[in-house]
Design a protein around this ligand. Sequence first.
Ligand SMILES: Nc1nc2c(ncn2[C@@H]2O[C@H](COP(=O)(O)OP(=O)(O)OP(=O)(O)O)[C@@H](O)[C@H]2O)c(=O)[nH]1
Ligand SMILES: [Mg+2]
Length: 462
Amino acid sequence: MKPSYGDEAPIAAPATAPAWSALSLVRLSGAGAVSRLSQRFSRPRALLNAAGNTIVHGWLVDAAARRIDETLVSVYRAPASYTGEESADISCHGGGATLRAVMGELFSSGFREALPGEFTLRAFLNGKLDLTRAESVMEIVGAKSEAGRANAIGRLSGVLLERLQAIQTRLVRALSETELNLDYSELDGVGVAGPDSRLPAEEAVEQTLQELDALAEQYACERLLSDGALIVIAGKPNAGKSSLFNLLIKEERSIVTEVPGTTRDWIESWIAFDGIPARLVDTAGLRPASDPVEQIGVRRSEELLGSADIALYLFDGTNLQSEDVRQSENLPRRADGAPAVIRIWNKADAAPHCPLPGCLPVSAKTGAGIGALCAELRAQLGALCSPTNSPSVGIGTPRQKELIDAARSALREALAMADRAAPLDLIAPSLREAIDALGAISGEVSTSDILDAMFSQFCVGK
Ligand SMILES: Nc1nc2c(ncn2[C@@H]2O[C@H](COP(=O)(O)OP(=O)(O)OP(=O)(O)O)[C@@H](O)[C@H]2O)c(=O)[nH]1
Ligand SMILES: [Mg+2]
């Protein structure tokens, strides 16, 4: 039978990557995990008698008592463990072969391989973590910048949870005031919000909506800090895109030739500007290509532009065509209007006069103008998000953003109804909907489908 989230079998998984390293960590959790492990341990009694939060030295052995590896086992007794269950961490030697051998013995002694995120899911189900903290665990592992990491740690420490709980408490109060008015007005018909009898606690609802709006706005910045910005270099073939790419990443990575259409696959590298991580992508030149391989390359360039935060559009200064300007103005766009386009007049060493307005003269060959280009990139990224000015820890995942948006639209609906002097019993459900959406962020309100979908995005061993 396929294992599923939510069964209570003892589980095991490596918590470290199977790489060339001094040590690896294997995690176990579930009722009876320690006694099961003791069947494959050189000192079973030491393990069985170990108190929680202690370390036992010994050999992991196979069923015939042959030594597999020398280990240190950290023992955790329920409920004082990460998952809240009886657990153990085996610290063994590094490298793929040892890890495979250790895991093989654990499986043969009855452990099942953990599903992605299953340890953290169990921690959630056992009340050790709310969902904002659980998600922050993955954000910490995946953070691409110092600021992204620090914000995720803030969420792990419960800062977001506290912020949301304060908002939720205020809404619950607003809802109960609304419902109280409903009760009192039963004698003479249904309570009505309007100029004479406003929505009770209307100000509190408005203030809450403003706070949620601020959280939603801040999310764009949080996403940028954790996932990085996407910067795509685009332009006609031979404009010097690959030359600029190599110059910016300080490495001869992308092939440069005088043949138009040299780059076909896109090539990427990570760089950072003032603490904001960015994925810089060199693409195939944009032109109506007849070669089917180049056609695919051009399509990919367009797709990348359609999800980029910033586009660097290069004009070939030595070969400016009238359609280039049109092309630069009609790049594929995201629904939110991105990317911001920086227009670059390349090959300024050979063609110093730039006839186009708002163009940055650059030479990817000599490096002239690169300082000004980097300053412009910093300014554009800073406009999207500034790590030093970002306010207190906000939301960090698309799931959280969706729920914040659901709460915002429910509150907007409630306020709009109040404006129209709608009966309070029609407004109350909208307030309740907003409260439920906020509750779903922490996991107070959750279904097993949502949990499965969320935790399956985690890595195994977390
Ligand atoms: N003089 C001069 N030549 C340049 C400059 N930048 C690139 N070139 C030359 O222009 C030609 C094309 O450069 P690439 O960097 O391959 O251009 P590309 O835009 O990546 O071209 P495709 O991959 O074919 O789309 C090469 O011969 C480069 O040496 C520059 O700033 N000045
Ligand atoms: Mg190229």
